[in-house]
Design a protein around this ligand. Structure first.
Ligand code: SF4
Length: 118
């Protein structure tokens, strides 16, 4: 059995998902959206992930970047480890694609970082 809080509305129902050989059962949901959410979380949980990316020559040392789409939870740690070894060059504009296919994911800057004047 897996328990989770439904994030589809402010009510935050406590959902329980369990499976036998034939089907996944969901309880605790107050509406059908909760069931769909629980089935997705049970089968393959995903999150929109936000990371800090180092900036070379910038007015700030890092810029926040998020994945363009929700990614599998088990992909977040490998992405984080890979990003720890990478950097981007300043300037960075908000909304700029920093990496187009990092482990198959696109990362976009959440804010801007200017170039440091020397
Ligand atoms: S199950 Fe329905 S009512 Fe409950 S939190 Fe999810 S969306 Fe909201």
């Amino acid at each position: 059995m897996k328990e989770m809080i439904c994030t589809q509305c402010e009510r935050g129902c406590l959902l329980r998902a369990d499976s036998d050989l034939y089907e996944i059962s969901v309880s605790g949901n107050e509406c059908p959206r909760g069931r769909e959410y629980a089935l997705g979380e049970y089968a393959s949980p995903v999150r929109t992930a936000v990371f800090n990316v180092r900036v070379r020559g910038g007015t700030a040392p890092v810029v926040a970047a998020r994945t363009a789409r929700p990614v599998a939870v088990n992909k977040i740690l490998p992405l984080s480890r890979l990003l720890a070894k990478l950097e981007v060059a300043a300037p960075v504009r908000e909304g700029q694609t920093l990496f187009a296919a990092l482990l198959g994911e696109s990362l976009t800057a959440v804010s801007s970082v200017g170039r440091k004047e020397i």
